[in-house]
Design a protein around this ligand. Structure first.
Ligand SMILES: Cc1cc2nc3c(=O)[nH]c(=O)nc-3n(C[C@H](O)[C@H](O)[C@H](O)COP(=O)(O)OP(=O)(O)OC[C@H]3O[C@@H](n4cnc5c(N)ncnc54)[C@H](O)[C@@H]3O)c2cc1C
Length: 376
């Protein structure tokens, strides 16, 4: 019998396992993937997320992978450049490949004392008398196994089997509004080693420096162009980059695509009720939004920290578990809501003035909510 079983071992699950194991809890974490492995995601980590990697003692390992720090991000909205001011208390953003980042996170969980099972596929969440009591799954050799815990956590992405089983309610929902494809390019250096974002004419482009001297570039448009985009990825990608910025399109054309295209229109926005009898949700499983603002990884880190504190308070008996998890939900929602609203708005390709006003008020609200959250 474990204290906590976690399904999913990436940005939400592994930090949660690491933090709980460090608090002395008996933790099992499983993933159908093996590590290192990739997942569909660009991987810009916001300064708040980088700060957590530093706090957890994992930052140096990420930087040792030769992942460049990103000193600035320049947004060019309808041709007008804008560099948001940096918070001097926070480190530079980074954009490590998920093959690099997720492996470091899983290793961190294992070293902290969590039991990690890779290549383990969860088939069923076990519910007895309305309480989640564990799971049934398959090891890599196909053998079936059942494991039990006081709390089973879904850190298993937006299509979470845990959320599906308990029918976790959704709120503040907004339908998918964008779609996009990305790949990796050589020969497209970015200005001063910073990230670049271009928005205009119903197109958005994001470009980040990443490992191995490559530049990760994504181009998105409204959700309803997805079928046409998929039918002609190369043509649509360059058309969208041209629409957003003819000058940047020229730089991209001068480079060489080094890897395959990856894309999606699976960009729905929702919060889910993140706890109930015997279960909790963390990361994308509990709160999903459009990738346009590049927040998912940093938000998953934050939610892992908040949930670990709630579970620790509940499992150690300092506070009734449901009260502690109710506090987790409130902290999560308060911290996430300002940038969630901006994300939903940006995904609609609003006017330049609307974007600037939304970004300014959200950054103030987020800073206030984060600092209230860390003081709770
Ligand atoms: C195109 C795109 C671009 C993005 N760009 C960025 C960006 O630049 N910056 C950013 O911060 N975020 C970005 N995101 C969002 C980011 O990828 C997610 O928010 C983040 O990966 C969430 O982490 P997670 O741990 O919650 O879930 P995931 O990373 O989805 O991990 C879930 C894990 O659960 C495992 N799992 C699921 N079901 C089972 C099962 N039944 N049994 C066993 N294991 C299971 C999976 O194998 C997986 O490893 C992007 C997303 C997309 C799609």
């Amino acid at each position: 019998m474990y204290d906590v079983i976690i399904v999913g071992a990436r940005c939400a699950g592994s930090p949660l396992a690491m933090l709980l194991a460090k608090q002395g809890h008996r933790v099992l974490i499983v993933d159908r993937a093996t590590f290192p492995s990739d997942i569909m995601s660009t991987h810009y980590v916001q300064p708040e997320g980088v700060k957590r990697l530093q706090d957890w003692g994992l930052y140096d390992r990420v930087m040792a992978s030769n992942c460049p720090p990103i000193p600035s991000i320049t947004f060019t909205l309808a041709g007008v450049p804008f560099v948001p001011p940096k918070d001097p208390a926070l480190p530079d953003a980074i954009c490590p490949r998920r093959t690099v980042l997720d492996k470091i996170l899983v290793d961190g969980a294992r070293e902290a004392g969590a039991e990690v099972r890779e290549s383990f596929s969860v088939q069923e969440i076990l519910v007895e008398d309305g309480v989640v009591v564990g799971l049934r799954g398959r090891n890599s050799d196909g053998s079936a196994v059942e494991e039990r815990a006081r709390v089973t956590v879904g850190a298993d992405g937006q299509h979470s089997i845990v959320a599906r089983t308990v029918q976790a309610g959704e709120y503040d929902t907004h339908p998918a509004a964008t779609c996009g494809y990305y790949s990796y390019f050589s020969g497209v250096p970015l200005k001063d080693g910073g990230a670049e974002a271009y928005v205009g004419n119903d197109a958005g482009v994001l470009a980040f420096p990443t490992n191995d001297g490559l530049t990760c570039i994504g181009a998105g448009g409204p959700h309803d162009i997805f079928h046409a985009y998929r039918a002609d990825i190369e043509g649509t990608f360059y058309r969208l980059v041209q629409q957003a910025s003819p000058a940047f399109a020229e730089r991209v054309r001068a480079g060489t695509r080094a890897e395959r295209w990856i894309g999606t229109a699976d960009t729905a926005n929702f919060f889910r009720q993140p706890f109930g009898p015997g279960w909790a949700l963390c990361g994308d499983a509990g709160y999903h939004k459009d990738f346009v603002t590049g927040l998912g990884i940093s938000d998953a880190f934050r939610d892992a920290e908040f949930l670990s504190e709630g579970l620790d308070a509940g499992l150690s008996g300092r506070q009734p578990l449901d009260e502690a998890l109710d506090a987790y939900q409130k902290r999560r929602d308060e911290a996430a809501k300002p940038m969630y609203d901006v994300t939903v708005q940006f995904a609609q390709f609003p006017s330049l003035e609307e974007m600037a006003a939304a970004a300014a008020s959200a950054s103030q609200a987020t800073a206030a909510a984060e600092s209230a959250g860390t003081q709770a």
